[in-house]
Design a protein around this ligand. Sequence first.
Ligand code: TRP
Length: 328
Amino acid sequence: MNRVLSCIQPTGDVHLGNFLGALRQWVSGQQDCDGFYGIVDLHALTVTERPGVIGQATMQLAAVLFAVGLNPQVSTVFVQSHVPEHSQLAWIMECNVSFGELSRMTQFKDKSAKRDGEFISAGLFTYPALMAADILLYDAHDVPVGDDQRQHIEITRDIAMRFNARYGDTFVVPNAVMPKTGARVMDLQDPRSKMSKSATTDSGLVYLLDEPEAILKKFKRAVTDSETEVRFDRENKPGISNLLEIHAAATGQTPSAVAERYSQYGPLKADTGEAVIELLRPIQARYAELMSDRGELSSLLRLGAVKARGVAAATLQRAYDSVGFLTS
Ligand code: TRP
């Protein structure tokens, strides 16, 4: 079975865009691939400094991943820091990537520019080396990533090829593949932009753990347009189209089929809110259950860590052998 690796950082709460756009596809595809799903807490350390914050966010994200339906018997859900091979291989990656290559990464340029005046860690700069380690450890052929991560896959390929040329064939050279995307969910207040953690205000974002009343309120206040016709047309009617797409994704229909049933904006907004509330209700219930039994949650993550280490340790050993470190 095809090994697929997907990783997510424990920063910020999971929102409807993450769920309908990506997580739901992880869940529906888990039977057809050998899926490894990493909560990459070491990556979060590049920008999170307060003690305890990452651990708490990791626990919550793990509960969300299980609550939306990742099955620990089928998929490997693990926490990056529980698999020390990530840090160990990252150093070898750092020694096989150049300062020049890292300097050209657009994500570093963007993120460091945004942190002007704040502490910019060397980890933020060498982040692609850790990400290369994440990928190469699992011999993943395909890595589903969005456009913003393509350059990271490119540099991972370059590192893998360079290492293989220097030390002999060791790593699988991975390919970036288009993730199976679900719905494209836009910000409810700014429907021309994707729903994103980096939005300036929260009012256009629906979080997976939002209370039903809050969800309804956000949908009722969604930005639309000054016309009155309900029609799926992303170009000219981004707000209405976003509501139709979300409604359709939540109820398993097509956006145009939903459009046919509405002639007014008000009921479309309210019903979309209700549909999302119903979609999230069982997820929120499972989340609460998981969070009330931390022991069980930890043991699920231990299971994932054992499975992940089984693969990662073998790959790291292969890399050590290729380098020719003195065996201990
Ligand atoms: N850099 C990715 C992001 O910011 C997260 C990530 C870390 C990742 N390691 C990975 C994604 C390995 C895919 C594979 O979203």
